[in-house]
Ligand binder design. Structure first.
Ligand SMILES: [Zn+2]
Ligand SMILES: [Zn+2]
Length: 249
């Protein structure tokens, strides 16, 4: 697998930035994890959007789905232009609530909704994906994703507060894409469905992850400070997300 960061910022993109989106390539597939603001423009540096095989959405907060509508328009136009099979909608694997969000996922013949939950397991080509509900949000589900391909494991943590029951889902993953929404100085006293960089490092360390990619960062953070606050992770290589960063596993 190869992962490319297309967006990592939250809650909104800084100048020239983008909110979460990750391109995952295998020998057989090109898939997108989340589709935040600015993600499509960055995807275009690597592939045309009509070469995508699937989109996985962790949840429906704006920072993770902002580019969905323009992706649907784009795919529809590429179908009209003959660059994409008009009979083959892009599958969007996503939570089945809230209903009003689900209804927006199927658009003409361009995209089609596929529900996910903790019981689901999705096999696409050489890729196998399972889901874990995280501690996040206001009652609507958010799912972390465990992607397995060729004996390697990538866990995309999505948005995940300290109550997330990681367990075996994360244990010894080759790569954990973990959110570090807060630094020490702005961590709320009461947990609110997100981790700090320090907490994300502790999660990766305690689950013996082979490498850690810190993401879901405010665009104004100093990457050197982010790295310092992740010092609790010693089990492997730690990287701070930036647009265009690629990780091979
Ligand atoms: Zn969220
Ligand atoms: Zn978010």
């Amino acid at each position: 697998m190869r992962v490319t960061v297309l967006g990592y910022q939250s809650p909104y993109p800084g100048p020239g930035g983008a909110t979460p989106g990750y391109l995952v390539e295998t020998d057989q597939l090109r898939i997108l994890l989340d589709c935040g603001s600015g993600v499509l423009a960055n995807l275009g540096r690597h592939y045309p959007i009509y070469e995508l095989d699937a989109l996985f959405l962790s949840h429906y907060h704006h920072d993770h789905v902002a580019d969905l509508g323009v992706l649907q328009y784009g795919l529809m136009v590429h179908q009209l232009f003959g660059e994409r099979d008009p009979q083959k909608p892009l599958p969007i694997y996503a939570p089945n609530t809230p209903v009003q969000n689900v209804q927006s996922l199927t658009y003409r013949a361009a995209t089609a909704f596929q529900p996910i939950d903790e019981q689901a397991s999705v096999t696409l080509g050489d890729l196998h994906v399972r889901f874990l509900r995280t501690d996040h949000g206001d009652g609507d589900p958010c799912y972390a994703m465990r992607l397995e391909c060729g004996g390697k494991v990538l866990v995309y943590g999505a948005d995940s507060g300290p109550g997330t029951p990681w367990g075996a889902f994360l244990e010894e993953a080759n790569l954990f894409i973990g959110e570090g929404t807060y630094l020490d100085h702005n961590l709320p006293q009461k947990p609110n469905g997100h981790l700090s960089v320090r907490q994300a490092a502790e999660v990766a360390e305690s689950h013996r992850c082979g490498s850690l990619l810190l993401t879901h960062l405010y665009h104004g953070y100093d990457p050197a400070e982010v790295r310092r606050q992740a010092a609790g992770y010693t089990a492997g290589n730690c990287q701070v997300a930036e647009i265009g960063l690629q990780i091979h596993l």
